[in-house]
Design a protein around this ligand. Structure first.
Ligand code: NIG
Ligand code: FE
Length: 406
């Protein structure tokens, strides 16, 4: 197997502060003037360039920085249709309440398998081009047994991290029969979905008539757990509610949004830090003109944090982890190092994937190259496309890198 030596790495963020010889400041495990040897899709060696072993070929990154590929642990990529008008209305004061999800459900049901597949492929390619190496994908715009299972199967063509979200909203045809829909989700839909999904999620939001109450959410999550799925929760997005407490009680790996938290929610998340990650989605606050959660307070309380895009047609149609990192620093009080950690190893933890989010020997060669000398430029140059997954790099002179990575 051909080995490739990546040199000219001005700064390598391993995200492994326990490695010998790394700079332990901020927990990023930085190596300056670094090199990495990659072979067979794996990292074989990393360290100071001066001590790099011989390899079959050499690629000079020309003073760029390398970070672990971003892990986007919360997305809804399987959808058709467009809700730009809803976004425009929100910018002039209309509140988000989840009602627009019904429009996406209609458009998604009408799309052919090939149309949906090609829409997902385009969105995943967009993510790779911005440095994301792993993506979680939810269903949730089908809401019939056949349409949910179709979404899960298409998602599984792109990732192992597939999430069943039949409990996204109550579909229009069940508006007066909520309990019947919950029975469908926890019965026939779950029975089929479990074959393609690793995770189950629910939009627990009593503040929205479209979403699920605490009791309905508990029923859905417990049924999913009993069917062998791991748990994630959409919680506390639109107001304070039971989502966070339920996620912690049931040992969910992640509770996502966490926009409106009571002090008791913060305490519960801090106590559960080894089990439950709070995943913040600041692109949603940006796109719904909502207040941002206080990430600084969560970190100071000892909560385990992840960052993700929530890429979806309603609350955040952005696939950009660099955008999310920049928002987290500018709007939520995170340091650039904390934001990079949350977007890599933090999000990997929320997916129970210890193999992702770090650059380590024996780990996958999922590397993101920055057209910049330091990870700090992820926030310092907002909106500038400096990040790309190494194997989809469009940087000058790096076309040979197309053969690398996952
Ligand atoms: O995570 N809140 C629930 N689900 C999505 C939005 C879905 C939509 O509006 O289409 C979210 O924000
Ligand atoms: Fe979501």
């Amino acid at each position: 197997m051909t080995s490739t030596l990546l040199t000219g790495v001005a700064e390598l963020a391993t995200l492994d502060p326990d490695l010998d010889g790394v700079d332990r400041t901020d927990g990023l495990g930085l190596v300056r003037d670094a090199a990495v040897v990659v072979s067979d899709g794996q990292v074989q060696w990393l360290g100071p360039a001066a001590t790099a072993p011989a390899s079959d070929r050499k690629v000079d990154l020309g003073g760029r920085a390398l970070v672990p590929a971003f892990v986007d642990s919360h997305t809804h990529l399987v959808f058709a249709g467009d809700r730009a008008a809803e976004f425009a209305a929100r910018m002039t004061g209309t509140a988000y309440d989840g009602g627009g999800i019904a429009n996406t459900v209609t458009a998604t049901r009408e799309a052919t398998d090939d149309e949906l597949r090609s829409l997902v492929a385009g969105r995943v390619a967009e993510m790779h081009a911005q440095g994301t190496g792993t993506v979680e994908i939810k269903s949730g715009y089908g809401l019939t047994v056949a349409d949910e299972v179709r979404a899960l199967r298409i998602a599984a063509e792109f990732t192992d991290e597939v999430t069943f979200l039949g409990g996204h909203v109550i579909p229009a045809e069940f508006a007066d029969r909520r309990a019947d829909y919950v029975e469908l989700v926890t019965g026939p839909m779950l029975d089929t979905a479990r074959e393609s999904a690793r995770w189950i999620d629910v939009f627990c939001e009593p503040a929205s008539a479209h979403a699920f109450t605490g009791e309905e959410s508990r029923h859905i999550l417990e049924a999913g757990r009993d069917a062998g799925l791991l748990l994630r929760v959409h919680g506390n997005q639109l107001g304070q509610g039971p989502g966070v407490q339920l996620a912690v009680e049931l040992g969910a790996a992640s509770v996502d949004h966490c926009t409106h938290l009571a002090g008791t929610d913060v305490d519960a998340l801090a106590a559960a830090r080894e089990t439950t990650t709070a995943t913040l989605l600041p692109g949603v606050e940006f796109s719904t003109r909502s207040r941002y959660p206080d990430a600084r307070a969560l970190i100071d309380a000892g909560v385990s944090l992840a960052l993700a895009t929530d890429c979806n047609p309603g609350t955040c149609y952005s696939s950009s982890m660099p955008f999310v990192i920049a928002l987290a620093v500018r709007e939520m009080g995170m340091t650039p190092a904390e934001a990079l950690r949350a977007a890599t190893v933090g999000a990997a933890t929320s997916l129970r994937r210890n193999d992702l989010g770090r650059v380590k020997v024996g780990g996958p060669a999922l590397l993101t190259v920055l057209d910049a000398p330091s990870y700090l430029h992820l926030c310092y140059r907002p909106g500038v496309p400096i990040a790309a997954l190494l194997n989809s790099s469009r940087l000058d002179g790096t076309s040979r890198l197309d053969q690398l990575g996952g």
